[in-house]
Design a protein around this ligand. Structure first.
Ligand code: NAD
Length: 479
């Protein structure tokens, strides 16, 4: 396994030779060591990306598409090895890691097709011949989080590479090994030196070096809203284009016409993926009063039965929280809710497991929740499910929209008129109607309000890396 940075096609260490450790959050065992790089290495990565840009951008789309397809095939071939690595550094159950590799691959496949469908446009203007042309924006930077270390990077690499951009990439400190493995496969699939460059180390130093460099024309960031704000301020000097995929606080609304069993299935699938450490997973449950008690009882008993442990072991549904700060936050949110009157139906505490790190939290279902509680306003990012009842659609909608975030929302109903209304009125970028997994590579994914802006997925994802040029010529003889 490689443990270096990739600059201009070469695997290198930090200038200082310094490294930092990567450990398995379930056991604290050190599983890798990567370069602790900073601004100088980040600038050299831009040199390489800038140098490689013209040649990569000039390739026909079909040639770039072939490289993306080759990378997808290689990821498929190495699926087991990559999934094991992902689980080791991130903690999620192995079946979820495999699903993440498949999800990552789907972005290469979708982008390979979509880049061949980009066409010039010719709007009709009297007396003029106008061509609207799209060209790659240039060097693009990407900074990604730890919760989906392979997929979040693929969502950025695939569209950028497809349209002819070159990139500088920084994965999260907790999970750089999956990123390194992905770039290793990319190089083996025919990506030319300099097209993809990866730097691990000091986030602020690397991020600032990229934003201070006018050759970097785009930054795509997935992570917390607070860091998104810092980066947006940093982008003001050189006016880099931004895509910000930030925090979420998804409501799930269960209406009176829903089947309780289906609603419970949907809640289980949407909520517990990655132990609740998923930006689009429901953080608040709004359940019609006529179904409330039945839903709570079934959801709590299903939740209590989930088995926690090392992600690589069979039958595990919940891995560890990523680090100590993450589990401390989950615990603090639950304590705050209890102190403010919530009832613990199941869970509520850490789950100690013999021989493993103290980073497991019980699946927790809370009732009697209200909007003054931290878990109702802030991202808990853990297996905690606060529930409150509602009486009618107007009340449910007002509660669902009462959040600074606007990434995803979920609705369980079979009423077509209601589905249409909510599609207009829920203030989130993604709405899952009877669908616990609305995020797929072929459709736009992204938020509104403090969940950011920009979209990933399908041809919409490619647009983020293209700039439009209008070429306007006077027709001969026109005034
Ligand atoms: P984070 O914001 O702490 O870190 C994300 C990335 O930013 C990491 O690579 C980190 O090293 C880097 N970073 C931190 N400070 C930086 C700085 N000053 N300059 C440059 N880079 C910096 O987030 P996290 O804890 O890794 O991830 C969890 C967050 O990500 C949650 O808020 C979650 O909702 C969000 N998320 C959003 C989406 C989405 O698509 N909207 C997807 C996954 C995760």
């Amino acid at each position: 396994m490689r443990e270096g940075n990739l600059i201009d096609g070469r695997w290198v260490g930090a200038d200082s030779g310094a490294t930092f450790e990567v450990s398995d959050p379930a056991t604290d065992r050190v599983v890798g060591r990567v370069p602790d790089a900073g601004a100088d290495e980040a600038r050299r990565a831009v040199d390489a990306a800038f140098g490689a840009f013209s040649a990569w951008a000039a390739k026909p789309a079909i040639e770039r598409a072939k490289v993306l397809e080759a990378l997808s095939a290689r990821l498929a071939g190495d699926r087991e090895e990559l999934a094991a690595l992902l689980t080791e550094e991130q903690g999620k159950p192995l079946p979820e890691a495999r699903a993440e590799i498949d999800y990552a691959r789907s972005f290469f496949e979708v982008s390979a097709k979509a880049c061949q469908e980009i066409r010039d446009e010719t709007p009709s203007v009297p007396g003029k011949k106008v061509l609207v042309h799209r060209r790659p924006i240039g060097v693009a930077a990407a900074i990604t989080p730890w919760n989906f270390p392979m997929a979040m990077l693929a969502k950025k690499i695939a569209p950028a590479m497809a349209v002819g951009c070159t990139q500088v990439l920084k994965p999260a400190e907790q999970t750089p090994l999956s990123a390194i493995a992905l770039l290793d496969r990319a190089m083996a699939s025919g990506v030319p030196p300099g097209v993809l460059n990866l730097v691990t180390g000091d986030p602020a130093a690397i991020g600032s070096a990229w934003l201070e460099d006018p050759r970097v024309r785009k930054l795509s960031f997935t992570g917390s809203t607070d860091v998104g704000r810092i980066l947006m301020r940093g982008a003001a000097t050189n006016l880099q284009r931004l895509s910000l995929e930030l925090g979420g606080h998804a409501p799930m609304i269960v209406f009176e016409d829903a089947s309780v069993d289906f609603a419970v299935e949907m809640a289980m699938a949407a909520k517990y993926r990655n132990g609740g450490q998923t930006c689009i997973c429901p953080n608040r449950f709004l359940v019609h009063r006529s179904l409330h008690d039945q839903f709570v009882s079934k959801f709590a008993s299903r939740s209590a039965a989930l088995v926690s442990g090392r992600g690589r072991d069979p039958g595990i549904a919940l891995g560890p929280m990523i680090d100590d700060a993450a589990i401390d936050k989950v615990e603090a949110h639950v304590a705050d809710a209890i102190q403010q009157g919530a009832t613990v139906v199941t869970g509520g505490r850490r789950r100690r497991i013999e021989g493993l790190a103290d980073r497991f939290f019980e699946p927790t279902v809370l009732t009697d929740c209200h909007s003054g509680m931290r878990c109702w306003k802030e991202e808990t990012f853990g297996p905690v499910c606060p529930i409150r009842g509602f009486d009618d659609e107007t009340e449910a909608l007002a509660q669902a929209n009462d959040s600074e975030y606007g990434l995803a929302s979920y609705v369980v109903t079979n009423d077509p008129a209601r589905i249409r209304r909510l599609g207009d009125e829920l203030r989130t970028g993604i709405i899952g109607v009877n669908d616990p997994g609305p995020a797929v590579a072929a459709v736009p994914f992204g938020g509104v309000k403090h969940s950011g802006f920009g979209r990933e997925g399908g041809r919409w994802g490619l647009e983020e890396y293209l700039e439009m040029v209008t070429v306007s010529s006077l027709e001969p003889g026109a005034e």
